[in-house]
Write a protein that binds this ligand. Structure first.
Ligand SMILES: Cc1ncc(COP(=O)(O)O)c(C=O)c1O
Length: 423
């Protein structure tokens, strides 16, 4: 650490820092620090390295493409990796979603999706859900309601954003169907009182709430939402930035709920760590997005696109979705056993390897202190975890989709030890 002390102190403190670790290299499920200590990484760089750190096939594709063409700006030349990526995407997306735009980060993809929705409908307003996270630019921050800290001091924000309740059954203390119906009713109420359907371009939702607490909505809610959007000709945008690319055991989160969005956004797992994001939609909508009205210098970068092609192929050839479902079931079972033993765990929920453990005090209040103390104790024992949720009282488990049975057991063992120490 000492060689880097001065440089370390030059890095802006605006970044929240979870650990003091300086990573030298990483492989599969482990990150190694300067002294060679191995950390079991159940954060995946916030849901990015889904194929595991430095998957050999992704690394090989990056090396090869770097020697061929680093940057071929799309306004000027089309490059092979983007065309290969479009071909691969056709094999994993619903047939309707046949138009692709690429950018660099999740927030940029969300900005693009909102612009596309406005351009395609001629309507201004966007409806989002309580607890959602869509990014940190001025536009996407305006769509984000997962914590007040993300907006504090940055107001005024972009107007035309309306917030509806997300069906977070555990928080309301209701069963799923009651929560689902109440939230659909509240959305109808919002259309009657705040933004009329005729001035609403899109409803934007994370199929599984990410930063807002790893909350899985009832399927009836998403199906009801699809029906409502169809009735009012409002576009339904699925933000799959955290839930996409195999994370939930399907290619995309929405597949669990039996609906197809009009527009979707992806980033994170798409290119295994290289900056790449996308806005995917029906081509008839894309054709309403007038040429030249959106773009970007680096979007769909050749090396990042090559990494994405290798990511999709590796995920398919190695059946990472199957492994995600099996290891996800193992993880959930293990965590539910721990819930029986440790009353501080209020809820265990998730899909595939997108799993959250919510901590509550005895009187059912959000228990941030315990969640943070458990994460810290795990870190001391070389397991990396993150928290999420408005009160930071939910620990999220986001292991790579290549995690093994032994590694899940190892993680559960460390987590159990931390719970014994802290609670
Ligand atoms: C669901 C969701 N949308 C958007 C974003 C923003 O992505 P980025 O940080 O790449 O801008 C994130 C990041 O965590 C996210 O989880």
């Amino acid at each position: 650490m000492s060689d880097y002390q001065e440089s370390f102190s030059r890095i802006s403190p605006v970044w929240t820092r979870y650990t003091p670790i300086i990573a030298k290299r990483a492989e599969g499920s482990y990150v190694y620090d300067l002294d060679g200590n191995a950390y079991l990484d159940f954060t995946c760089g916030i849901g990015v390295t889904n194929t595991g750190h430095c998957h050999p096939r992704v690394v090989a594709a990056v090396k090869e493409q770097a020697g061929l063409l680093l940057h071929g700006q799309v306004n000027i030349v089309m490059h092979i990796p983007m065309l290969e990526l479009a071909k691969e995407l056709r094999t994993i997306l619903p047939a309707e979603l046949d138009g692709y735009f690429f950018s660099n980060s999740g927030a940029e993809a969300i900005e693009g999706a909102v612009k596309l929705a406005r351009a395609a409908t001629g309507r201004p307003n966007i409806v989002v859900f309580q607890g959602s996270f869509h990014g940190r630019t001025i536009g996407t921050m305006s769509l984000t309601t997962s914590k007040t800290i993300y907006r504090a001091g940055y107001q005024p924000l972009m107007p035309g954003v309306f917030v509806a309740p997300f069906p977070y059954s555990y928080r309301y203390g209701w069963d799923e169907e009651r929560t689902s119906q109440w939230c659909l009713d509240e959305l109808e109420y919002l259309f009657a009182t705040q933004t009329s359907p005729q001035e609403t371009a899109a409803v934007l939702i994370e199929p599984v709430l990410g930063e807002g607490g790893y909350v899985v909505p009832p399927a009836s809610f998403l199906r009801g939402l699809r029906t409502m959007c169809d009735r009012y000709d409002i576009l339904l945008i699925a933000d799959e930035i955290q839930s996409g690319f195999g994370r939930t055991g399907r290619w995309f989160g929405f597949e669990h709920f039996d609906f197809v969005p009009d527009i979707m956004t992806v980033a994170k797992g798409l290119a295994s760590g290289l900056p790449l994001s996308g806005v995917f939609s029906r081509m008839d909508l894309m054709k309403k997005w007038a040429t030249g009205t959106h773009g970007g210098t680096y979007g769909g970068n050749a090396v990042a696109s090559a990494a994405a092609v290798a990511t999709i192929q590796a995920m398919r050839d190695e059946d990472m979705l199957g492994n995600t479902r099996a290891r996800g079931a193992q993880l959930m079972t293990g965590l539910r056993h721990l819930q029986e033993e440790f009353p501080a765990i209020g809820d265990v929920r998730g899909l595939g390897l997108m799993v959250g453990v919510e901590f509550r005090t005895q009187d059912r209040q959000p228990d941030r202190d315990t969640a943070k103390a458990v994460v810290h104790a795990c870190q001391e024992d070389r397991l990396l975890l993150l928290t999420c949720g408005p009160w930071d009282n939910t620990i999220r488990f986001i292991p790579p989709l290549v995690v093994t049975q032994e590694q899940v057991d190892q993680g559960l063992g460390i987590f159990a030890r931390a719970l014994s120490q802290v609670t």
